[in-house]
Write a protein of this length. Structure first.
Length: 284
């Protein structure tokens, strides 16, 4: 890993269908002084953009060139088939490859699934883009298999989709040039992996020092109005009293001791009337 670079911003590429918003939000909270710049890129151009240093890292789809690029798997998407809303397959919750045997399955040039053998019947020509293929589906020319996020991205009110089983799936990774694992790249890796703001694992020295300063500020003792540390008095503001209102010396709050009077206690226990106590008569 390189040292702490004075980089003015962090450049993050992302391919269609990937939504980096939640990670960008955490970045802006933790590193408000380092702007994160989002760079949209087509799947076919992502590798070249990363290798050339045009961005610091990218949220891209597999495969990537692992000879020069590092990659951390993030998730694998469900593959779906996009069809008109009145298509027969919409009666099922999911669709198998055999259900598409009689369908024209469109195969755009920017396909991200890497088919070994495309199901159904091939179209006469391959659409240039996924967006073009979606237009052909809406025109009733065929159906289209794509990662679910792309089906959502190109949503139309007259189309729908169903999960497609036993077919290739698209994996999304965080990738960056292996020889350019900077402190800022490590910061973003930490966010991707859900590390807390206090974690120093894999972080650069500058970021670790910032975290320590924040922790020291939060952990300092509270001070009173005169700048002195707050005292340890109880909520009542009195010291030395127990919860029952008695002090440590055994006296109650009224100033009397807690010892019973023997004679009075005996008379009460016996249930007899209590005689009034008066002054003794003086003998003449």
């Amino acid at each position: 890993m390189t040292g702490s670079e004075n980089t003015s911003s962090f450049r993050l590429a992302y391919v269609p269908g990937v939504t980096p918003a939640k990670w960008v939000r955490v970045w802006n909270e933790r590193l408000p002084d380092v702007p994160l710049t989002l760079v949209p890129v087509a799947p076919a151009d992502a590798d070249e953009l990363l290798r050339s240093g045009g961005v610091d890292a990218g949220l891209v789809r597999l495969p990537v060139d692992r000879t020069v690029l590092s990659a951390i798997p993030l998730y694998t998407e469900t593959t779906v088939v996009v069809v008109p809303k009145d298509h027969l397959v919409t009666a099922a919750d999911e669709v198998g490859v055999a259900d598409l045997a009689d369908e024209i399955v469109l195969h755009p040039l920017d396909d991200t699934l890497g088919w070994e053998e495309l199901p159904g019947r091939p179209a006469r020509e391959r659409p240039a883009t996924t967006a073009d293929a979606v237009e052909l589906v809406a025109a009733g020319i065929g159906v289209l298999a794509v990662p679910q996020s792309l089906a959502r991205l190109h949503h139309r009110r007259d189309l729908t989709y169903r999960p497609l089983t036993d077919v290739p799936q698209s994996g999304v990774v965080l990738s960056w040039p292996e020889d350019a694992t900077t402190d800022l790249v490590e910061e973003f890796i930490g966010i991707i992996r859900g590390r807390t703001v206090n974690s120093t694992r894999g972080r650069g020295p500058a970021a670790a020092q910032t975290t320590e300063k924040r922790g020291a500020t939060k952990g300092s003792p509270r001070k009173g109005a005169q700048g002195k540390p707050a005292s340890a008095k109880p909520a009542s503001g009195k010291t030395g009293k127990s919860a029952s209102g008695k002090s440590a010396s055994g006296k109650s709050a009224s100033g009397r001791t807690g010892k019973p009077t023997p004679g009075r206690t005996a008379r009460r226990a016996g249930g007899g009337p209590q005689a009034k106590r008066g002054k003794p008569r003086r003998r003449s």
